[in-house]
Design a protein around this ligand. Structure first.
Ligand code: PLP
Length: 423
């Protein structure tokens, strides 16, 4: 079973709230979907169109920071849409200024650019690095180095930055100017930089995730990132971090890079930033801001609605002291998953992560896949998401309670009791 071959909507039990036939006929089939249509959510809980309830440890793929229907978010977006939702960047948008101020006061960055998704934020970072290379570094054929098994998005430039053949297949010609290295391997990075610099393709920037999310929940190593930072300083290379999945509190720190003891020159945020309302942000330090009016733009980017949502998320993170909850619940979850892994050592080979982004790796020696575990958990009432074919990812809302983590763990335990019987 893989996510690419899951069932059509017509396989769902029929219910009056959902026209499955129309869905299958009219929606472009770009997703393998689980057989579930969701109608309503509250906190960490979702209800499907048949009225069954689920504990949500997916959170819209690490986006619903405050869970579902959180009063602070509901209030902020309701007030904003009743007042003004979109005007374009032809005019000044006060909420955009407020959000940029909050983000720069609470990170190492000096400036923020707003767009609508993670891929778009990374596109902005790639363009900024290229302009910096041309205008400051004097590099005419700049290269951006990214890591194997990374994920940076699905646009042409970001899918090229994403060093995974499965996402690139059939979309050539890809965008020139990217080079791939193994993650967490400083020697390989040094060799690649030396080889590129000896050619006419010089390195302008390195783009890495602090923890690889889609690529299997692989945390960055502190010693690696500190050496990468030093290498970038020594060579004048920009260090860009893709914080789209781990940023805005999910790692137990506000930004993933805080777990690594370094600061990036440029970083991107998106998924959890507005709690599930589409937004993206590209942030940079003052020295590398080479953008001037006309260089980059987005019609929707930073509109009053999305910025009001993001501000509500940021303020609630502080007011409800959510980082402390992320750390405590993350430890509880990893401890519980490790106890389960200890009972099934031939099935579960690793439990790893930061804060509330955690992965459970299924042994390469058994036929069991991550989507099969996810499907079995769904049938028990727990929503999880694969991160590749062999890693099950746990990314609940950051408001998740101790009881909800316990409940999730007991369902995971039942899943392995059942699944392992078949082997
Ligand atoms: C999800 C993700 C992206 C892409 O974000 P979209 O909003 O889907 O474009 C980019 N980078 C990372 C690390 C992600 O997890």
């Amino acid at each position: 079973m893989s996510l690419e071959t899951l069932s059509p909507a017509a396989a769902l039990s029929s219910n009056p709230g959902f026209d499955a036939a129309a869905f299958d006929r009219c929606v472009m089939p770009t997703y393998g979907r689980f057989p579930l249509a969701i109608a309503r959510g509250e906190g960490c809980r979702l209800w499907d169109t048949d009225g069954n309830s689920y504990l949500d440890f997916v959170a819209g793929i690490a986006t619903c920071t405050l869970g579902h229907a959180h009063p602070a978010l509901v209030d902020a977006v309701t007030k904003q849409i009743q007042t003004l939702h979109h005007v374009s960047n032809l005019y000044y948008i006060p909420q955009q200024g407020d959000l940029a101020q909050w983000l720069t006061q609470n990170s190492c960055a000096d400036f923020a650019f707003f767009c609508n998704s993670g891929a778009e934020a990374n596109e902005g970072a790639i363009k900024l690095a290229r302009k910096y290379a041309h205008t400051v570094l004097g590099i005419h054929n700049p290269v951006i180095i990214t890591a194997n098994a990374s994920f940076h998005g699905r646009t042409l430039a970001t899918v090229t930055a994403t060093a995974q053949p499965k996402y690139q297949q059939n979309f050539s010609p890809l965008v020139p100017g990217f080079h791939y290295v193994p993650y967490n391997d400083i020697a390989a990075l040094e060799t690649a930089i030396a080889q590129l610099d000896a050619s006419e393709r010089q390195v302008a920037a390195i783009l890495l995730e602090p923890l690889q999310g889609e690529g299997g929940v692989r945390p960055g190593e502190v010693s690696y990132f500190q050496k990468v930072r030093q290498l970038c300083n020594d060579k004048g290379i920009l260090l860009m971090l893709d914080e789209v999945q781990v940023g805005i509190g999910r790692s137990g720190q506000l930004w993933g890079y805080e777990n690594l003891g370094i600061e990036p020159d440029i970083f991107t945020s998106a998924k959890g930033l507005a709690g599930g309302i589409p937004i993206g942000a590209m942030l940079c330090k003052a020295f590398c801001n080479v953008f001037t009016p006309g260089d980059h733009a987005s019609t929707f980017g930073g509109n009053p609605f999305a910025c009001a949502a993001a501000l509500a998320v940021c303020q609630t993170l502080t007011q409800e002291n959510l980082l402390a909850n992320v750390r405590a619940r993350g430890e509880q979850l990893r401890e519980g998953l490790r106890a389960i892994a200890y009972q099934y050592p031939s099935f579960i080979t690793d439990v790893r992560g930061w804060g509330l982004i955690n992965g459970m790796e299924i042994s390469a020696d058994v036929a069991l896949t991550a989507p099969e575990v996810v499907k079995a958990a769904m049938d028990k009432g727990l929503l999880l998401v694969p991160a590749g074919p062999k890693v099950v990812r746990f990314v609940p809302p950051l408001i998740v309670s101790e009881e909800e983590v316990e409940e999730a763990l007991s369902m995971v335990k039942q899943v392995f009791q059942d699944l392992t019987k078949a082997f």
